[in-house]
Design a protein around this ligand. Structure first.
Ligand SMILES: C[S@@+](CC[C@H](N)C(=O)[O-])C[C@H]1O[C@@H](n2cnc3c(N)ncnc32)[C@H](O)[C@@H]1O
Length: 233
């Protein structure tokens, strides 16, 4: 597989793996992914008393959206480029507060400064033009609003644990994931997308350069999976 973040390719890939996405996400993360989302929601609840308009960007099948509902928003927008992921989102979050929209993170269908909280879980790594998306996210969040990112960043420490994890992640997980999802390449893409991504420090710098103020970073797993909290200036 030749690694690319072309939007059309990425959207089709997620369409293709959508039926097995949730099951494999939980299994391959050792059933930790929902724990990371829940911890982030707890921190968001401590940061501000309420969030009226929440945007779950690159929402996929809606696991972050389910957690966002616990913050009692007036409205939740679930936005993604994959039609098939959004169909699953619709069935999992079938209430009138959730609005699913097919749109690109590069061109969000919202006016300036209308969103109180935007969250992207395991999405920013897939964005074709990360900086353009960050600028667009900054545009739609209101001043004082919060931007949460949960992501697998490129590890900056070369420890024995990280090297062992890399063997699993590069050699074992793609074979297992491709087989279980009936995809020829989706889990090779997963490894490549993390290997070619930036560190959490570089990501924070990018946020600071684009109108965000640092709040905190939580290391969820091995200095790879982090939750990043930032405030729109
Ligand atoms: C790994 S899934 C994460 C889904 C979900 N947030 C979760 O926590 O499980 C990444 C999602 O990002 C979406 N995506 C990738 N590039 C996108 C873009 N440019 N704009 C909007 N969504 C995008 C994909 O379609 C896919 O559903």
């Amino acid at each position: 597989m030749k690694y690319t973040k072309d939007k059309e390719f990425v959207g089709k890939m997620f369409d293709e793996i959508s039926p097995s996405y949730d099951r494999l996400n939980h299994f391959l993360s050792g059933y930790q992914d929902n724990r990371w989302r829940k911890k982030a929601i707890k921190i968001l609840g401590e940061l501000q008393p309420s969030y009226n308009k929440i945007l779950d960007l690159a929402s996929g099948s809606g696991d972050l959206g389910i957690e966002f509902m616990k913050l009692h928003p007036q409205i939740l927008y679930s936005v993604d480029i994959s039609r098939e992921m959004l169909k699953i989102n619709d069935t999992k979050l079938s209430n009138d507060k959730n609005i699913t929209l097919r749109a690109e993170a590069e061109h969000l269908p919202f006016a300036d400064g209308v969103i109180d909280l935007c969250g992207v879980a395991f999405g920013v790594r897939n964005f074709q033009d990360l900086e353009e998306c960050i600028r667009e996210i900054a545009r739609v969040i209101k001043p004082g609003g919060i931007f949460l990112t949960i992501e697998m960043f490129k590890p900056f420490k070369d420890t024995i644990t990280n090297r062992s994890f890399k063997v699993y992640f590069e050699k074992v997980l793609p074979k297992l994931g491709n087989k279980l999802s009936n995809s020829k390449y989706a889990y090779d893409y997963l490894f490549e997308s993390v290997d070619n991504f930036i560190t959490v420090d570089s990501y924070n710098t990018l946020l600071m350069q684009n109108n965000f103020k640092f709040i905190k970073v939580k290391n969820n797993f091995l200095g790879i999976v982090h939750s990043v909290f930032a405030e729109k200036l």
